[in-house]
Design a protein around this ligand. Structure first.
Ligand SMILES: [Zn+2]
Length: 280
């Protein structure tokens, strides 16, 4: 069911997909000017897969793109288009999921890096929103590309963000269709009321620590088995605890930590103030 317009929550703190630093909104001349001041770029990576009864298909991409955009604004770094096609084979029994093999994803990422590197980009900061992207991303070898460096971070992994997730949801954060990721999507986009998806109000299966450890990085079983085991798509996550206010708080916390990490990676030559505006 599509929500009426009044249930949509507009971004309230200027963070989100309206970033000033989107590569797509620049001309090639502006990108060339940017390369005169920085060789770093943020590349968000997400997925296109089911996220339970109240989570939208683009959840991982929306989180990565929104947070990357806000980090870009904060540090003055360009942000590439989000990579939304990625491996999600375990979710293929849920309509809307699009999955590509891990080697295809890795090849796509390599070509993105190669393209940008050929023009002068050298520091590639991946901001990830999907667990199954981590293994192929970490396997990317940029040693043949002169001066190229790569850093891979998931938006949820920094200490303050981790504590906030724990504080807000405890064990109900779970593994998939987490209330934290759904909160972020609600802060920047669509809110699907739990009342319109009553199954989301049912407490999900509580996962053991062993289960979580064994499935880290989205190592789930075959699609039919996965859907049979987790019929509404949530994996231990009580998505209905999500709300837009939590999403904003999570974003602000994550953006602060990621911006600091990015500056540590890209170096002190970055000057956010100088680079924030579009070159004229
Ligand atoms: Zn997700």
């Amino acid at each position: 069911m599509i929500e009426p317009a009044n249930s949509r929550v507009a971004p309230r703190v200027g963070i989100g997909r309206q970033s000033r630093m989107r590569l797509q909104d620049r001309t090639w001349r502006e990108v060339e000017d940017y390369l005169g001041t920085s060789r770093a770029i943020i590349i968000p990576s997400g997925s296109t897969e089911q996220h339970g009864p109240i989570g939208v298909i683009g959840t991982d991409s929306i989180c990565a793109e929104s947070i990357a955009g806000a980090v870009g604004d904060s540090v003055g770094a360009l942000v590439a288009p989000v990579i939304s096609f990625s491996p999600a084979p375990f979710n293929l029994s849920f309509p809307g999921t699009i999955s590509i093999p891990e080697d295809v994803f890795a090849a796509l990422v390599r070509e993105i890096i190669r393209s940008l590197h050929s023009q002068g980009f050298a520091s590639f900061y991946f901001l990830n929103g999907h667990g199954a992207n981590l293994r192929p991303l970490h396997a990317i070898d940029v040693s043949a590309l002169e001066n190229a460096r790569i850093r891979i971070r998931s938006w949820w992994e920094f200490p303050e963000t981790m504590s906030l997730r724990q504080e807000l949801y405890g064990d109900w954060e779970g593994m998939h269709a987490t209330p934290s990721e759904i909160s972020v999507t609600q802060a920047v986009g669509r809110v699907i009321s739990a009342d319109d998806a009553p199954e989301s109000l049912v407490q999900p299966e509580r996962l053991s620590q062993e289960f979580i450890r064994a499935r880290a990085g989205d190592r789930h079983g075959p699609p039919d088995e996965h859907r049979a085991r987790f019929p509404d798509g949530r994996v231990g996550s009580h998505s209905a605890l999500a709300c837009p206010d939590h999403g904003l708080e999570l974003m602000k916390t994550a953006v602060t930590e990621i911006a600091e990490d990015f500056l540590g990676f890209a170096g002190p030559t970055l000057d956010g103030e100088r680079r924030n505006g579009v070159s004229t």
